[in-house]
Design a protein around this ligand. Structure first.
Ligand SMILES: Cc1cc2nc3c(=O)[nH]c(=O)nc-3n(C[C@H](O)[C@H](O)[C@H](O)COP(=O)(O)OP(=O)(O)OC[C@H]3O[C@@H](n4cnc5c(N)ncnc54)[C@H](O)[C@@H]3O)c2cc1C
Length: 333
């Protein structure tokens, strides 16, 4: 047995010991990569197939602040978000190359409101005493900020280190040549799973060079789901992501220069330092919104198993680790 082990790599030995399955993960956004990493590190033989590689996905456009937004059902989203918050918090401490840092920030609201539905997940959240007009309520808390281009590359390396692979492939149907297929195709599930309840919610952001902004800010301008529902300023090490928009049913991924001007005007009114920042770029992404996240096993028609994990709306990063752990539980069960 020792001679056999000597020819195997660490992940191979683990797979051999655990009797790992051959898994195909469809999608290489934050959902597919996180699920892939968890399964590969458990000893499964994981291969991701994706039409867009990580830096081309909606996930790479995300701001990305830990913040449960445009996601249902709330009870599950709360538990997925809480678990992800724990993992991101630990990552910010122990994995400096991951692109995850903890930053304090404030959320501002135009009307007085009860604590948000996810407040119990956030330790040390405090209601604000002094508010800039026209805001009438708000809170301060520390949250992970995830620099998505950096983080997605880090996740991809972690997947590869566990012997996983990523291959560019545009699929016209879900594959069936595996023990398990995990469908993490975001909006792609409209076609791959025939799920017309998925709708795009287009979000546009402007990337501005760092001008010394350290705290994030999120101002709720109208109700969740309104077109200019939230203005946000999310600082990263070298730049600041400024947003945003929520356009339901809009499929156009091209940034609109007129919308970019409006976003910058709204954000600069709240954070005047932004006026001195050079605009580095513009991006738009399509959030995969669904009445509820679909995280369940479906009886597959072929020999293998099929688990769906898509429809994370405006919170795919926020819930990513909690969802990946639930996929793992389904696999185990
Ligand atoms: C402007 C903006 C700001 C955001 N800010 C935040 C934030 O601050 N915090 C947060 O938590 N979330 C945020 N989000 C939401 C977040 O980006 C999404 O919830 C998340 O990216 C969804 O990830 P995903 O991996 O499920 O889907 P995606 O990133 O869309 O990845 C889907 C993958 O499936 C693949 N695929 C699809 N169809 C096929 C096919 N037919 N064949 C092969 N592959 C296929 C794609 O190529 C891709 O690789 C934001 C989104 C936007 C647009």
């Amino acid at each position: 047995m020792r001679a056999l082990n000597a020819r195997k790599s660490g992940p191979e030995i683990r797979r051999w010991q655990t009797g790992g399955m051959r898994v195909l993960v469809v999608g290489a956004g934050v959902t597919g990569l996180t699920v892939g990493v968890r399964l590969a590190e458990e000893g499964h033989d994981v291969h991701s197939l994706a039409r867009e590689l990580p830096l081309e996905t909606t996930s790479s456009v995300a701001a990305a602040l830990w913040y449960p937004y445009l996601i249902q059902p709330r009870d599950k989203a709360l538990s997925w978000s809480s678990r992800s918050l724990e993992i991101f918090t630990e990552m910010a401490r122990s994995e400096p190359d991951s692109g995850v840092v903890l930053r304090e920030g404030v959320e501002l609201l135009k009307a007085q409101a009860p604590d948000p539905w996810w407040a119990t997940a956030v330790p040390g959240m405090r209601r604000l005493d002094h508010l800039p007009a026209p805001y009438r309520d708000g809170w301060r808390f520390v949250a992970p900020v995830i620099d998505m281009p950096k983080y997605l590359c880090w996740l991809q390396e972690r997947l590869t280190a566990a012997d996983g692979t990523i291959t560019r492939m545009a699929l016209s149907q879900l594959p069936d040549q595996a023990d398990l297929v995990v469908n993490c195709s975001g909006l792609g599930a409209r076609r791959l799973a025939g799920d017309t309840s998925l709708v795009p919610v287009r979000g546009q952001v402007v990337r501005v060079a760092q001008v010394g902004v350290e705290r994030w800010l999120l101002a709720v301008e109208a109700g969740e789901g309104d077109e200019a529902g939230v203005t946000y300023v999310v600082p990263r090490a070298d730049d600041i992501v400024v947003g945003g928009t929520d356009n339901y049913g809009e499929w156009d991924r091209r940034p609109d220069p007129h919308v970019a001007e409006q976003i910058l005007a709204r954000a600069t009114a709240l954070v005047p330092e932004l006026a001195a920042g050079t605009v580095l770029g513009h991006r738009a992404g399509l959030r995969p919104a669904r009445p509820e996240v679909r995280l369940e096993e479906e009886a597959a028609t072929g020999g293998g198993r099929l688990i769906h994990c898509y429809g994370h709306g405006g919170a795919g990063v926020t819930v990513s680790w909690g969802c990946a752990e639930e996929v793992l539980e389904l696999v185990g069960g």
